[in-house]
Ligand binder design. Structure first.
Ligand code: NAD
Ligand code: USQ
Length: 401
């Protein structure tokens, strides 16, 4: 393994951050989680809870220590609102690497109302910018690994594969000659949340170019599954599992819906094609990105962190065929293409040794089992997706749970 590093996991109490923290601690790194626990408050706001019972972050860290003898520290801090404390904490801790998960990540939540749009932009853009400027100000040469999203690219495919961040284009110069230029792949976000991730990209470009910050941006697809090797070790290390209409992501939602005999909620025709990655591969990718940091002065390193693409209706049919669930084709609360193709390049992680976990490998059954075990915790009224993208759509979609 790599030499042990001091790693700060910002947003380490969340769905991807928690198993990543365990994975990195297991590898021998010194891990500190920084989180403002806003995600737990949002559960309270929405009147939902994780399908799986989550202990407090302090208790989770205590159990990890009890099981492994390894410590994970926790620091309560709001990246977006507590700039001076963030700077002080960085100066004291001097991490070798910072992994940034700490953003409001649900597209439907970001589109719920103007208040939710404002919150998502304030929180996400300030969190990212505060972190970047604090790294410059404290002079800490930490490798910043950010969890971005495939959704910044949009899905209006013309049949060409989406490259890993950069596009080589031919332009005509003023003298009429042809010249080649590398540009950031144009963004086409489909929600206010995805828009904040597009803005993050610009912030990264600026701070890499102006201050030589070493930054990796992982454009991740939809994460599915729940357990990793470490979360399986003790019932109190269990990962959070979102099933509600705002935070639940499509495949995990179909799997819990199947477990409670709820017709699978396909939006529209289900012709949307999306990129996916299993949670175990997601934590492995972060490990690989950490081990392959860019040098100061390099451009931002961008990976497409996904392993397969699927059409939503195909996923619904697959889950239905395995479980006997019904499929419901519902009016789509989102403004998105009804049907799209998606081809994505992901050679960089494969070249670094990622061995993709695919849908076929029995892990679907594991999620259904987890869902059945905790089915009594599910509030069926929270299953429908009720956040509409526009007022017009809200009128045409039945948003009454
Ligand atoms: P999550 O909501 O479960 O976790 C995010 C964590 O960040 C939460 O614990 C929250 O309390 C914390 N947080 C939010 N704002 C903060 C702030 N201002 N200061 C401190 N802490 C803050 O989300 P997740 O599913 O674990 O996703 C993590 C990251 O990965 C996100 O940035 C998301 O955009 C990205 N991502 C997630 C998925 C997915 O399918 N879950 C897919 C692609 C990308
Ligand atoms: N969908 C359904 N039925 C549902 C839920 C969703 O048909 O019950 C459809 C949506 O309309 C959409 C697709 O499934 O077309 C994906 O929706 P999602 O909620 O699973 O994913 P998304 O909103 O894109 O967001 C999730 C994470 C986000 C991450 C993103 C990766 O919440 O943090 O950035 O996946 S990506 O989609 O690649 O941009």
């Amino acid at each position: 393994m790599e030499a042990p590093m001091r790693i700060a996991v910002l947003g380490g109490d969340g769905f991807v951050g928690w198993p990543t923290s365990l994975h990195l601690s297991d590898l021998g790194h010194e891990v500190t989680i920084v989180d403002n626990l806003s995600r737990r408050w949002i559960d309270t706001e929405l009147g939902v809870q994780s399908l799986t019972p989550m202990d407090s972050i302090q208790e989770r860290c205590r159990i990890w220590y009890q099981e492994t003898g390894k410590r994970i520290n926790f620091h309560l801090l709001d990246l977006a609102k507590e700039y001076e404390r963030l700077k002080q904490w960085l100066a004291e801790t001097k991490p070798d690497a910072v992994i940034h998960f700490a953003e409001q990540r649900a597209a439907p939540y970001s589109m719920k109302s103007d208040r939710h749009k404002v919150y998502t932009v304030d929180n996400n853009v300030n969190a990212t910018h505060n972190l970047l400027t604090a790294l410059v100000e404290t002079g800490i040469d930490a490798h910043l690994v950010h969890l971005g999203t495939m959704g910044v690219y949009g899905y209006s495919s013309v049949g060409a594969a989406i490259p890993e961040g950069y596009l080589d284009v031919e332009v005509e110069t003023l003298s009429g000659d042809k010249a080649r230029q590398e540009i950031l792949y144009p963004t086409r976000p489909g929600s206010v949340y995805h828009m904040t991730k597009s803005l993050d990209q610009i912030l990264f470009q600026f701070y890499a170019q102006n201050d030589g910050l070493r930054i990796t941006d992982l454009h991740q697809g939809i994460v599915w599954g729940t357990h990793t090797d470490q979360t399986r070790r003790h019932v109190q290390l269990i990962n959070r599992f979102d099933y509600d209409g705002d935070y639940g992501t499509v495949l995990n939602r179909f799997l819990i819906q199947a477990a409670i005999d709820y017709p699978l909620t396909v939006h529209g025709t289900g012709g949307q094609t999306r990129a996916f990655i299993h949670i175990q591969d997601s934590v492995r990718c972060v490990e690989l990105a950490l081990a392959n940091a860019p040098a100061a002065g390099d451009r931002v390193k961008i990976f497409n962190q996904m392993t397969e693409t699927h059409r939503v209706r195909d996923l619904a049919e697959l889950v239905a065929s395995k479980t006997g669930a019904e499929v419901a084709y519902l009016p789509n609360p989102r403004k998105e293409a009804a049907e799209n193709e998606l081809v994505v390049k992901n050679e960089q992680f494969l070249a670094l040794g990622l061995e993709p976990t695919t849908l076929a490998e029995g892990l679907l059954d594991e999620v259904v089992e987890v869902a059945r075990r905790y089915a009594h915790r599910i509030d069926r009224k929270r299953v429908p997706a009720v956040s509409a993208w526009t007022r017009e759509i809200a009128k045409s979609v039945d948003t009454d749970p």
